[in-house]
Design a binder for this molecule. Structure first.
Ligand SMILES: [Zn+2]
Ligand SMILES: [Zn+2]
Ligand SMILES: [Zn+2]
Length: 252
């Protein structure tokens, strides 16, 4: 399956609204890999297109990637940078979209009659699995400020673990097992070394070192984190760790 990192910024995105910090000024001027929309992953395979999280930029993302058919949407949690774009689908006329999320995420937006016509909402519980065509999505609760689902995504013998926003600095037994078996693990790291309510880059580096046979990608990067190029320099000695950027596509 193909994984597209359509947005890789934290809740603010880079440049952040009204921010004159050096990072945001560079992002406005140079664009490139230091400019990040809010977080969104697109999965494409023989079962169709699946979207993980709908930030407010989702309309532009769907147009950019010429998506005319959506097999499912998964919402990780109620924070607006992850669900704020769902109402864009009020105007979706290409068939009803199944939308999965926990109760807290699904209850957080004002649904309108129009949106209910276009989307079918399904509450997903901790450790519950859903099959979309050939891919299985298993939700698992991660530690964040609000109820949040990570996803274990499996197709045939390929496995991706998507943590979404999480604060754990060390993994629990279930997570360790999943990470060990995974081809790819995605973590959200707004900050480099603490300073946010999320796992940071330094902690992911430690986890990556412990699991040399698994690939790791960091995303959801904030304007106080290091620039893309510096993060890559820090990862130079790691064969299994890389930084996402808007538009990164990988095949698993
Ligand atoms: Zn977030
Ligand atoms: Zn800034
Ligand atoms: Zn969050």
């Amino acid at each position: 399956m193909k994984i597209i990192f359509a947005g890789t910024g934290d809740g603010r995105g880079i440049p952040a609204i009204g921010c004159e910090c050096k990072r945001c000024m560079i992002a406005r001027k140079e664009k490139g890999k230091n400019r990040r929309r809010r977080v969104c992953v697109i999965i494409k395979n023989r079962s169709g297109t699946i979207i993980l999280d709908t930030p407010i930029d989702i309309g532009r993302i769907v147009n950019k990637y010429k998506i005319f058919d959506i097999a499912a949407i998964f919402l990780s949690h109620k924070h607006w940078d992850h669900i704020g774009g769902i109402t864009e689908f009020e105007w979706w006329d290409a068939g009803k979209i199944p939308v999965y999320g926990n109760m807290s995420a699904l209850a957080n937006f004002e649904t309108t009659e129009r949106l209910y016509d276009r989307c079918k909402f399904h509450v997903m519980h901790d450790r519950e699995s859903v099959k979309i065509g050939h891919i299985k999505f298993k939700a698992f609760k991660v530690n964040h400020k609000v109820p949040t689902h990570g996803l274990v995504i499996t197709e045939d013998n390929k496995r991706i673990v998507h943590f979404s926003d999480s604060v754990e600095l060390s993994l629990n037994d279930f997570e360790k097992r999943q990470v060990k078996k995974a081809n790819l693990v995605i973590f959200h790291t707004p900050g480099y070394d603490g300073g946010t309510d999320h796992i940071d880059v330094v902690s992911v580096m430690k986890i990556a070192k412990k699991h040399p046979n698994t690939s790791f990608i960091i995303s959801h990067i904030g304007h106080n984190n290091l620039p893309h190029e510096e993060l890559e320099e820090h990862f130079a000695s790691y064969k299994n760790l890389r930084v996402a950027y808007d538009g990164l596509e990988i095949k698993i």
